[in-house]
Write a protein that binds this ligand. Structure first.
Ligand SMILES: C[S@@+](CC[C@H](N)C(=O)[O-])C[C@H]1O[C@@H](n2cnc3c(N)ncnc32)[C@H](O)[C@@H]1O
Length: 209
């Protein structure tokens, strides 16, 4: 199966940079305090890479989309932390069991075809005591906004967003996958510049129970 989304990839490569003045601080918070071997799922064009702290000894950055992967490789070459950009998908992570100290999911659980499978894979590759760090846009709190998200997800949103869904209940998916939420902050467009319908976001950490 091809994972090329050439139009989305080119649009994301440009528009994602426009959100960095808001999102950058949250990317830093997402990665703050990490150390050792980290796997990043769906690394895109590598916008998290400059924010990895130096105690991180290796990042395996998994990205299936060829154009974004090429941009991520350029970004990896420009940062101090060693980052290996690899082709792969969340459903079948290219890492051994219990081989990673942490996993990072940033704006990707909205897009993976099966959140349960992706999260089971993240669990598999985490060592005992390892943690998932997440920054994800999620379903809205109000019923009216949820209805709007649902309508968009059933029509145009996944077409323009490379398979993205704006209204997923990702917190529940993380808990159903057997993680306990250690910390969670709720963000909005005002914090990150990510526009509605992807405005409600969660930033946090979770540990396999
Ligand atoms: C909205 S972008 C986010 C990119 C990056 N994580 C960031 O924070 O800017 C979603 C990313 O998920 C990737 N993706 C899509 N399907 C995937 C899958 N099944 N497994 C892993 N990554 C996937 C896309 O190619 C894209 O790079």
């Amino acid at each position: 199966m091809s994972h090329g989304h050439p139009l989305f990839a080119r649009v994301y490569a440009r528009t994602s940079r426009l959100m960095e003045p808001g999102l950058g601080a949250h990317r830093r918070a997402l990665l703050d305090g990490l150390s050792g071997r980290v796997i990043e799922v769906g690394a895109g064009n590598g916008l998290n890479f400059p924010h990895y702290p130096e105690p991180v000894t290796e990042v395996i950055a998994v990205e299936p989309e060829p154009h974004l992967r090429a941009l991520a490789e350029t970004c990896a070459a420009a940062v101090p932390v060693p980052i290996k950009v690899v082709d792969g998908v969340a459903d079948a992570l290219p890492a051994d069991d219990a081989s990673c100290d942490a996993a990072v999911a940033c704006l990707v659980l909205c897009t993976v075809p099966d959140q349960g499978r992706a999260l089971a894979e993240i669990r598999r590759v985490l060592r005992p005591g390892g943690r998932l760090r997440f920054l994800e846009h999620v379903q809205a709190a109000s019923p009216g906004r949820r209805r709007a998200q649902k309508a968009l997800d059933a029509t145009v949103w996944p077409l323009f967003g490379g398979g993205c869904h704006c209204g997923r209940d990702t917190r529940t998916a993380i808990e159903r996958a057997g993680f306990g939420i250690d910390r969670i902050d709720h963000l909005t467009s005002a914090d990150t510049r990510i526009p509605f319908p992807a405005s409600p976001q969660i930033l946090g950490t979770a540990t396999p129970r």
